[in-house]
Design a protein around this ligand. Structure first.
Ligand SMILES: [Zn+2]
Ligand SMILES: [Zn+2]
Length: 646
């Protein structure tokens, strides 16, 4: 038998008989490696562990430690789901079945809808197939023959996919008797490898996301290498449901979306408005403290402006339709940048004027398809804490450092201690898809790198992920239940200064193009509000709480005293309300607790006589009676420190 040479990641070479599989080689190295193995990479290509090796190759065994192996594993779990469905419901037609961020889904076409109790049955059958340790078998099929076979089974959508994607001889995979599907693979060798999964939900999904095409029943599942990871994830999903900002927003009367006004447009109610005002005031104060100038710009502008900026062409599908006004077309603004540029350009700038930092809480409108909007997170109208910095090449590093420190202070101030940063760079100019010169890119990327180091932030570099107009740093926060949210962004822009012909007169007396940076730290105020709401599960820290103290008279006799207490609190700048209903005090406490009010101040005869309040904290319960002044001083300290403590 002929031999081939296999080169392992450590550079060592092995001679093996042609036809040996990666799994054979893993076994020859160690039992442990074979047990942990999920898939293999040969000459850069991901393949099944059971694929025979026929010529000299490099070989890497992917184990449960490789992120790519997790994707293979999850996709294999999708096949397991489809095999179970086909065993239970023969004749069901298949759509696609990819891995997702936390698991997998498969699309099924079947006249009868799956019911929630069917999921249990399907999951039980998946475990049966898991126990059978059924192998994932790869078959090679000529395209014409395959098309005939799938057409005979009435799988028209599958035929469409094969026509579009399959090679002349394509791979199919089987799993047991019932399941065969066109798939590139790879998969785990057998179902016994899949140790932890759970079916989650059923949803409708159109073929290729196209509303005019047939609708499938998409079954979602979660899959992880270990039961512990799966349980942690399921716990997180449960927690996330409890913290859903749409639910909390309604329960706490913070905001709404009004059918009559239209989807994706947010109404902040008085309590939500209070929180939002504090968030916005914090930002405006910081702008001023850090040497930004606050500006205000219109909500619409002539289409000509958007032609100059380029948005008219490449951003058109995200913009609302233009409107005719007098003799010109106007456009609702999707971005603030061109407006700030017009302010910069309104006068001749000298190097001595730079840096110019223009900041605004600017409301923008972007068209989102009706299906994709989601509470405060994805909307059609939102307010960015948007600023643009125009500066010289000498200033840029300090400016980026300033932005990153600012971003870090936002996170700390609002109670986030964990975050991650990503530095997105270009492809070195290879593809030609990026704007700007190599000099501009290297200047900008170096400034970002050095700034990241100076701030002591560790940023993962992601090559070829920059915006086409410049490199950027994104900061993502980790919330109370471990979810990652994209928040702040600091982006270079080589395109807009050129398009608008921006200049400054440098020391050499000549006109130069300034560097321009876009930066938004909350991102969108609405979305940041939603993230805070979920992070704190509605229990905002004292400094942000819409109502900081609820005054609860025990009987009617203390209502007058209660009103005096509220008046004093308000005078001291504390947001307080009285609950003077003729209800039992226990019920009042329960309701204030449900409203997540930090302090409940119970007042009875004793408190009235001694000028005190009986303090009850939403977290720590009864704190005993305190003179009102002492309570006020305590709240002031917490608000001053903007601490999550109470
Ligand atoms: Zn597959
Ligand atoms: Zn901008």
């Amino acid at each position: 038998m002929s031999e081939i040479t296999v080169t392992l990641p450590d550079g060592s070479r092995q001679k093996v008989p042609a036809g040996a599989t990666p799994l054979d080689i893993a076994r020859s190295i160690s039992r442990r490696l074979a047990d942990d193995a999920i898939a293999a990479r040969t000459n850069g290509e991901l393949v099944d562990l059971t694929r025979p090796l026929t010529s000299d190759t490099t070989l890497q065994i992917l184990t449960t430690r490789d992120p790519e192996a997790l994707e293979v594993y999850r996709h294999s779990a999708a096949h397991l789901l489809a095999a179970a469905v086909l065993e239970l419901y023969p004749g069901t037609k298949l759509g696609v079945g990819p891995a997702t961020e936390n698991g997998f889904f498969y699309d099924f076409y079947r006249d009868e809808p799956f019911k929630p109790e069917d999921l249990e049955k399907i999951e039980a059958r998946m475990w049966e197939i898991q126990k059978r340790d059924t192998p994932y078998v790869r078959l090679m099929t000529p395209k014409e023959e395959g098309l005939k076979k799938y057409a005979a089974r009435g799988e028209d959508l599958k035929c469409e996919l094969i026509r579009e994607k399959a090679d002349e001889i394509f791979s199919e995979y089987t799993l047991g008797e019932a399941f065969t599907d066109f798939c590139r693979g790879p998969h785990v060798p057998s179902t016994g490898k899949i140790k932890a999964f759970k079916l989650l939900s059923i949803a409708g999904a159109y073929w290729k996301g196209d509303e005019t095409r047939p609708q499938a029943q998409r079954i979602y599942g979660a899959a992880f290498f270990t039961k512990k990871e799966l349980d942690d994830y399921l716990h997180q999903v449960e927690e996330a449901k409890k913290r859903d900002h749409r639910k909390l927003g309604q329960e706490l009367d913070l905001f709404s979306i009004q059918e009559l006004a239209g989807p994706g447009l947010i109404f902040f109610h008085p309590r939500g408005g209070t929180v939002r005002r504090i968030i916005e005031d914090w930002m405006r104060d910081e702008y001023v403290r850090r040497g930004y100038s606050l500006v205000y710009t219109p909500h619409i502008a002539r289409a000509e402006l958007w032609k100059t900026s380029g948005h008219y062409g490449f951003y058109a599908e995200n913009m609302f339709k233009r409107m005719e006004v007098d003799d010109a077309e106007y456009q609702l603004k999707p971005m603030n940048c061109p407006f700030h540029i017009l302010i910069y350009k309104d006068r001749l700038r000298s190097y001595r004027d730079l840096p110019v930092r223009l900041g605004e809480l600017g409301t923008v409108y972007r068209y989102e398809r009706s299906g994709v909007m989601h509470g405060l997170m994805r909307v059609r109208g939102f307010t960015q804490d948007d600023a643009h910095i125009f500066c010289t090449p000498e200033q840029i590093e300090d400016e980026v450092v300033g932005c990153l420190e600012f971003a870090r202070d936002v996170l700390h101030s609002f109670g986030f201690t964990e975050y991650k940063a990503e530095l997105s760079t270009w492809d070195g100019g290879a593809s030609g898809k990026y704007d700007g010169t190599p000099e501009q890119w290297s200047l900008a990327e170096n400034a970002l790198r050095k700034a990241v180091d100076r701030v002591g932030l560790s940023a993962k570099v992601v090559p070829d992920e920059a915006a086409f107009y410049g490199p950027k740093i994104d900061v993502k926060l980790v919330d109370a239940i471990g979810r990652l949210w994209q928040l702040s962004t600091v982006q270079f822009d080589f395109t807009l200064p050129r398009r608008f012909g921006l200049e400054y007169i440098a020391e050499d007396g000549k006109a130069h193009q300034p560097l321009m940076v876009h930066r938004a730290l909350y991102g969108s105020v609405e979305r940041f509000f939603g993230i805070l709401l979920e992070h704190y599960a509605g229990a905002f820290p004292v400094w942000l709480a819409p109502v900081q103290a609820a005054v609860l008279p025990i009987t009617d006799r203390q209502v007058e005293y209660g009103r005096q207490v509220v008046a004093k609190l308000k005078e001291a700048g504390i947001r307080a309300e009285i609950d003077d209903r003729k209800e039992k005090v226990n019920l009042k406490i329960r309701e204030a607790q449900l409203q997540k009010v930090p302090y409940m101040l119970v007042v009875g005869d004793r408190e009235q006589q001694s000028g005190t309040v009986a303090v009850r904290n939403r977290r720590h319960g009864d704190q005993g009676a305190k003179p009102l002044d002492e309570f006020i001083a305590g709240v002031h300290r917490l608000v001053e420190a903007k601490t999550p403590e109470e």
